[in-house]
Ligand binder design. Structure first.
Ligand code: GDP
Ligand code: MG
Length: 358
């Protein structure tokens, strides 16, 4: 019942993850109970790492604005890929020598010296999963809606995920170049089906008409992203051990386990000891989105990491720790816990649909 009640309010609790004392107190209070602490046991090293950051975040004077991480979502064929390609072409300087552009799941655009990180295709459930693990990869969602098709089932689905994650939404009404494009009708549907009332209709939803194909409205969209980013106070801890989110991972024939992460706090560099869930390692090399070696990566940077012993799970939280022993211990702890969870549940992850059925 507790899980269900929270889910209805957009908070996902996982039985195996547990809650800390403060959370337990808050939950209990909602049902009219009191919680009494009988014995304290620091048992979860990942939780300890997270709490360290929570502690650092309390001192606002140490926090620094970082570039927004943006995810483009929307119904199939409404133009997500076209939009991302268009932005990439117009804002990412092609500097590489030799011409082999290696594409990873994210890139950084630069507009008048201001950066925006775009994540390609995290999928809707990635959102929920990352949030459940306590880190959000995305700061802003651009919801793409084709003006010739309007609000469709996956538009609604994407909207719901963004809303649950409490991420600000900017709507891009795409394909306005098409003769059958109907911007007003699309706005009407946004308002009636999603409750997203455009600013020019007296609401507070930023809606930008664009044509990803013709490159129309793209500058305005980027401007709006930067504006929302400024208002949203997207902060980080700029120095120290890094923390990030794994957005892609694979076993590469040449270099072994390869992970793409978005760094959220601190700086990661070669030689660092890393842990992500049940896997750990030592950073052998870092690469940027073009496949070029880099000396370090900081907040909101997408980066490829070589050096994990095993392929980390997608959407896992990445931490830099002080020693290889610590990294090894933590990953072993998580591995053991996952084994127990699997035995209990018969599978690895509790999926969103299962929460729905409770
Ligand atoms: P996705 O499934 O959301 O990634 O959609 P795509 O980017 O693959 O686009 C689907 C189709 O719509 C492709 O044929 C695109 O060329 C086309 N398309 C995307 N944006 C526009 C646009 O602004 N105008 C027009 N006319 N077609 C577009
Ligand atoms: Mg696509």
């Amino acid at each position: 019942k507790i899980i269900k009640d929270h889910f209805m309010r957009g908070i996902i609790l996982r039985p195996a993850q547990g809650v800390n004392l403060e959370e337990a107190r808050q939950i209990a209070a909602q049902y009219g109970w009191n919680i009494e602490l009988k014995e304290e046991k620091i048992s979860d090293p990942i939780e300890a790492l997270k709490e360290k950051f929570d502690e650092l975040y309390k001192d606002e004077s140490k926090l620094v604005q970082r570039p927004p991480v943006v995810t483009v979502m929307g119904h199939v064929d409404h133009g997500k890929t076209t939009l991302l390609d268009r932005i990439r072409k117009t804002t990412v300087a092609e500097k590489e020598v030799g011409g082999i552009t290696q594409s990873i799941g994210a890139y950084q655009a630069e507009i008048d010296g201001k950066k925006i990180t775009f994540i390609d295709t995290p999928g809707h459930e990635a959102f929920t999963e990352m949030r459940a693990r306590g880190a959000q990869a995305t700061d802003i969602v651009v919801l793409v809606v084709a003006a010739d098709d309007g609000v469709m089932p996956q538009t609604i689905e994407a909207f719901n995920h963004a809303k649950t994650a409490n991420v600000p939404i900017i709507v891009a009404i795409n394909k306005i170049d098409k003769p059958n494009a109907n911007i007003d009708l699309t706005k009407q549907q946004l308002a009636s089906k999603l409750g997203l009332v455009p600013e020019d209709w007296g609401g507070d939803t930023i809606v930008v008409p664009i044509s990803a194909k013709m490159g129309k409205g793209i500058d305005e969209l980027l401007e709006m992203i930067l504006l929302v980013a400024e208002m949203s106070e997207i902060k980080c801890i700029p120095q120290g051990n890094a923390r990030g989110v794994i957005i892609e991972s694979e076993l590469d024939k040449g270099v072994g386990p390869l992970a793409t992460a978005i760094i959220k706090d601190g700086i990661i560099k070669p030689g660092d000891y890393i842990v992500a869930g049940s896997t750990h390692g030592k950073v052998r090399a870092l690469r940027d989105e073009k496949g070029r070696k880099v000396k370090n990566a900081g907040p909101s940077d997408p980066v490829q990491i070589i050096g994990f012993e095993e392929v980390p799970d997608m959407h896992e939280i990445l931490y830099v720790v002080d020693s290889l022993d610590q990294a090894r211990e933590i990953s072993a702890f998580v591995k053991e816990r996952q084994k127990k969870e699997r035995m209990v549940k018969g599978k690895k992850h509790v999926r969103l649909e299962e929460f729905m059925r409770i």
